[in-house]
Write a protein that binds this ligand. Structure first.
Ligand SMILES: [Zn+2]
Length: 446
């Protein structure tokens, strides 16, 4: 099983949960070594995957009862000679997980008498996880693979804030405060005097009561999104040392410019009329809009006006990030170390860089389980038209596996492309993928 990073893209690392006596154990496969035809070594995300898994275990208050090197070469040694920790470690979010991970990796070198310096060996963590019994290996493996706090979660959190009703209409205190905080730079936690002096006038401009103490405190009603310190209710003039702001995990997600822009768009579209969007962005200093950024699909569509207002390099970073996600997903659906693959729609062979992992059912519409079913929910489609024609619903795949052309009235080269596909066999169509193609036929085909 491969874990998904908190940003939703698959990490290049493999783990499994197996029974170990009367406990469950997490086994993380080794990393390193060249793989023919691939630029990266095997399981190159070993360290970030271990960090991610430890954090998700900590959220579940797991105890690591034993941590041992588990590679074939040292299987003959008693566990005591392969041990990486002295005794059980109770995980919690307060623990220095980075330090623990270093113990688990740097301790590996000397195991097995000869110090080979490899700190990316196969390891086994024997676990006690509250709520998971000996029969729950699969459930624990599934639960650990998914982000607890993902971009989807963050969009949900800002999109479902409970708004106070005042005079029969919802108060915009919370969304205005969130927008202001999104546009602000500086430390994550905001001193109350700064918040008061900035948000108070902003509320007034949007015909709200200028009472910034309410959102400062009441945003903690979404405790995973917002936290306040030094107060136990709305602050008063005396509470000069009070602070509040996004939680650490929300702030970590917001460091990604694509996710931040998605959150801005969600808040604007959910709580404000389209006529206010430009003024609000200008008022709180948020550049954009960057036309449509679909983080859930790992695709960034650039366009609209004012792209130049983004910080230099942001677009390159975003494009590179999107490209990495696409290539990681593509590798997940192509068997072996092939350098070329056939487009599932037109059947022509292309180098991998001209293929994308085209989601048959869009990521944003998938359940967590479907998202992890990459080999079936996605197919390799070429960038020379097939990917786009399928995504926009100009072609679909029938229950018989044959490509169908849509009812649109194309002309020119476009007509040729569609006509060439019409009636040919889609090589990605099989029993396991048909439910996803059926979804596409029903919801996207035009
Ligand atoms: Zn093609």
């Amino acid at each position: 099983m491969r874990p998904l990073a908190d940003t939703g893209h698959p990490l290049d690392a493999v783990y499994e949960i197996v029974p170990d006596g009367d406990r469950l154990a997490l086994v993380l496969n080794s990393a390193g070594g060249k793989v023919p035809g691939r630029a990266r070594s095997r399981n190159s995300d070993y360290v970030p995957a271990l960090d991610t898994l430890l954090a998700r275990l900590a959220l579940r208050s797991a105890v690591i009862e034993a941590a041992i090197v588990d590679s074939a070469k040292v299987q003959h040694l008693p566990r005591s000679e392969r041990s990486l920790i002295d005794g059980p470690v109770a995980l919690s979010l307060g623990l220095d997980l980075a330090a623990l991970r270093k113990v688990l990796t740097t301790g590996q070198g000397p195991i097995g008498k000869t110090d080979d310096g490899n700190n990316r060996k196969k390891i086994r963590l024997v676990l006690d996880v509250p709520g998971y019994g000996i029969g729950d290996a699969k459930r624990l493996a599934d639960d650990l693979s998914s982000p607890v706090f993902s971009s989807d979660w963050l969009l949900d959190a800002v999109g479902t804030m409970k708004l106070h009703q005042s005079g029969g209409k919802p108060s915009l205190h919370k969304p205005l405060s969130i927008l202001w905080a999104l546009g602000r730079s500086g430390d994550r936690l905001i001193p109350w005097p700064e918040f008061r002096d900035a948000v108070g006038p902003l509320l007034g401009e949007f015909n709200e009561n200028a009472t910034p103490q309410y959102p400062f405190w009441h945003l903690t009603g979404s405790p995973d999104l917002w936290e306040a310190h030094g107060v136990s209710g709305p602050p008063t003039a005396a509470d000069v040392d009070a602070t509040a702001g996004f939680t650490a995990h929300a702030a970590a997600l917001l460091e990604n410019p694509m996710i931040r822009e998605m959150v801005v768009q969600r808040v604007l579209s959910q709580y404000f009329g389209p006529g206010d969007h430009r003024a609000l962005r200008d008022r709180v200093g948020i550049a954009g809009p960057v036309a449509t950024i679909d983080v859930a699909n790992g695709l960034g569509a650039m366009g609209g006006d004012k792209l130049v207002t983004l910080p230099a390099g942001t677009l390159d970073q975003m494009c590179a990030a999107v490209r990495r996600v696409e290539q990681a997903e593509l590798r997940a659906i192509i068997v072996g170390d092939k350098k070329t693959e056939k487009c599932a729609l037109c059947g022509h062979e292309f180098p991998l860089r001209y293929l994308v992992a085209a989601h048959i059912k869009p990521r944003s519409q998938c359940t967590d389980e479907e998202r992890r079913d990459l080999p079936n929910v996605a197919m390799a489609a070429c960038s020379f038209g097939c990917d786009l024609l399928f995504e926009t619903g100009h072609v679909a795949v029938g229950a018989d596996g044959l490509i169908m052309a849509g009812a649109a009235d194309p002309s020119g080269r476009f007509a040729e492309l569609v006509a060439k596909l019409d009636g040919t066999k889609c090589t990605a169509h099989r029993d396991e993928t048909e439910p996803y193609f059926a979804w596409h036929r029903e919801h996207r085909f035009n």
